[in-house]
Write a protein that binds this ligand. Structure first.
Ligand code: ZN
Length: 88
C-alpha cells in the first residue's frame, strides 16, 4: 500500500494564475477579473503562445471560470474543490 498526501483547494484558495517569461518577468491574473492574457512579454517582447495555440483562450476561460465558481453558492449546492498531489 502506498500512502499519498493530497491537498484540497476551493476556488477561493486560488489567488491568481501566474505566467512567467523565460526572461524572468512574471504577471499574475486574479480570477475575479475579466481579462485577456497578453500575447507576449511586456519586458522582452517574446511571444508567450505558439501560433494556432489555444492556450491563451483556455487561460481566459479558466480565469473567468474561477471567477464564476467563486460567486456560486455552496450553501444550496455542492462544494467544489481542486485536488493536488503533495508538492515535491
Ligand atoms: Zn520576457
Amino acid at each position: 500500500m502506498t500512502l499519498q498526501k493530497r491537498y484540497l483547494a476551493t476556488p477561493h484558495d486560488i489567488r491568481a494564475i501566474r505566467l512567467t517569461c523565460k526572461c524572468g518577468t512574471s504577471l499574475s491574473f486574479i480570477p475575479a477579473e475579466k481579462t485577456n492574457f497578453p500575447d507576449k512579454c511586456h519586458n522582452c517582447h517574446a511571444s508567450w503562445f505558439l501560433e494556432n495555440d489555444l492556450t491563451q483562450a483556455v487561460l481566459d476561460q479558466v480565469i473567468l471560470g474561477l471567477g464564476a465558481l467563486r460567486k456560486r453558492s455552496e450553501a444550496v449546492t455542492c462544494k467544489i474543490e481542486f485536488e493536488f498531489d503533495q508538492p515535491e
